[in-house]
Design a protein around this ligand. Sequence first.
Ligand code: THU
Length: 134
Amino acid sequence: MLSDELKERLVQSALDAQKWSYSPYSRYPVGAAVLTRSGRVYDGTNIENAAYPVSICAERVAVFKAVSEGEHEIEAVAVVTRNGGAPCGSCRQVLAEFGLEAIVLIADQAGEIRQETTVSALLPGAFTPDKLVE
Ligand code: THU
């Protein structure tokens, strides 16, 4: 369970990060914020590139920032777009690695949570690390 206060904090962090979006090609700014087991929040935004495929989504930037600081357990993630877009398939897979049961808050520009779900619900039958163990 996530308190309303924590939900608001996560959505606000995602909104703050969205302002740094580098998305001159799609013009679709995205902000994300992940809450880790330690209680810290890591934010991220989408960063595009003139070589389009090497662009990266906001969610993965946030997760990679957390992991690069030693955090491997994600409890919740907030994603903000202008119209409440959901995390893409690649981001769902990356989120599954570090937080299969994490809560996902999908919010819009006004900070309204349009959908509250979990990573496992967004990616049923995920390929998880245990599959690599005999
Ligand atoms: N994008 C994200 O940042 N997260 C998603 O889950 C979906 C898509 C970004 C990628 C690209 O910069 C822009 O949104 C349009 O696809």
